[in-house]
Design a protein. Structure first.
Length: 402
């Protein structure tokens, strides 16, 4: 009868060392989830939860989480769940628990904000406002850290969205000053949002139509590569407001000299300077990533394609572009997020978008009006980043992904 070989002493010691290291890592708290839980705890205990103001502009009194009454209990339980997630013994359990705790904290904070607003405004003047305090924002930041700790965190859980929406429909979150600012500017808000998306989207499309061919050309010609990357790099270093200012005067002169361009909307004041500036800013990430992606295709893969009888065009379509597609999409993603933020500054050149609300709020010293423009801009950037990241994973060939 054949004897079963005994494991060597070295193999046994290696297994024991691996097992002990796994146990130590399981007992060690998750630092990222712990940071999120600590941020939420500091927000709940140290900073004010809401601010009661006599009107939309005047400063007011700061109130703690206790102003939410019994609605503060789910917030405290969610923070405790965040600490439990950070200390969970298994990594998979940590990630799942962190995600649940994060979204539970987001929903409970929004409900608590509504409850605090309803309680503080009861019996007061109609012009009184309740604004979100620093503690609530810090708790939401901690919840974002907990949610981001989980894998595939971009896939927003349905229950989390339902909890937030329900707080505005059936709860009292609509009593918050931010919600009342939105209610008073609903028509103009949607028009400004469409203007924001149109300007950023058109500029991104133009940047891709120009930048991808330039990146392809740069991957084929060393002299072109040096010039294109240098010029796009210099453009990226020019401050946004300076570039807009440089474009206003020549565009005004051009529209005065060519009336047909003025009829098309090409003027010194309006969306035209913003469109040109945003298109220029989109070029560097698109050009660079296209060049890097195409240049990164190995010569062995190209030689294999040529050996199969592919022409240069076929090799580009069937081999180089599919392999470079993830990096090209990543460049488009970087450009998209960049443009969504810079679009807010084009209001100085006469464009109408979410930046209008931000700068009107700054002029009136109205923090909730500032947030009405800033928060949707941030949300747009996050959503576009998540969507294009998913697109990048989808276009990555299975072999490369593995």
């Amino acid at each position: 009868m054949a004897r079963t070989p005994r494991p060597s002493p070295a193999t046994t010691s290696e297994r024991r060392a691996t097992s002990s290291s796994v146990k130590r890592s399981a007992l060690r708290p998750d630092p990222v989830a712990l940071i999120g839980a600590v941020l939420a705890l500091v927000g709940a205990t140290v900073l004010p939860f809401v601010e009661l103001r006599p009107n939309r502009l005047a400063p007011g009194s700061l109130e703690s989480l206790s102003a939410a009454g019994w609605f503060a209990v789910p917030v405290v339980l969610s923070i405790a769940a965040g600490f439990a997630a950070a200390l969970a013994p298994w990594p998979a359990l940590r990630r799942a628990a962190a995600r649940v705790a994060g979204w539970a904290l987001i929903g409970s904070v929004v409900w608590a904000l509504g409850a605090a607003a309803a309680s503080l405004l009861e019996g007061g003047p109609d012009v009184a406002r309740v604004s979100v305090g620093g503690g609530a924002w810090l708790m939401l930041a901690g919840a974002a850290v907990l949610v981001g700790r989980a894998e595939h965190a971009a896939a927003i859980p349905v229950l989390g969205v339902v909890a937030v929406v329900a707080a505005f429909i059936w709860g009292d979150a609509s009593s918050l000053s931010l919600a009342r600012e939105f209610a008073g500017r609903a028509d103009s808000f949607w028009a400004l949002l469409r203007g924001h998306l149109a300007l950023a989207g058109a500029s991104l499309l133009a940047g891709c139509l120009i930048g991808i061919p330039l990146g392809l050309w740069a991957s084929r010609n060393a002299r072109v590569r040096a010039g294109v990357l240098a010029v796009t790099g210099v453009i990226e270093t020019v401050p946004s407001l300076a570039l807009l200012g440089l474009l206003v005067v020549p565009l005004a002169a051009l529209s005065a000299a060519v009336p047909a361009l003025r009829e098309l909307g090409v003027r010194g004041i309006g969306p035209a300077p913003g469109f040109i500036a945003l298109t220029l800013y989109a070029l560097l990430p698109v050009v660079r990533n296209t060049y890097v992606g195409l240049a990164g295709v190995s010569d062995a893969v190209k030689d294999a394609g040529r050996g199969m009888g592919m022409s240069g065009t076929q090799l580009l379509k069937r081999v180089e572009i599919p392999l470079a597609a993830p990096l090209i999409v990543d460049g488009v993603r970087i450009a998209a997020v960049l443009l969504i933020g810079i679009t807010t500054l084009t209001v100085f050149a006469g464009a109408r978008n979410l930046g209008t609300l931000i700068f009107e709020g700054l002029g009136q010293f109205a923090p909730d009006l500032i947030l009405l423009g800033a928060l949707p801009t941030i949300a747009l950037a996050v959503l576009v980043d998540a969507a294009l990241s998913a697109l990048g994973r989808a276009v990555t060939p299975k072999g490369v992904r593995a």
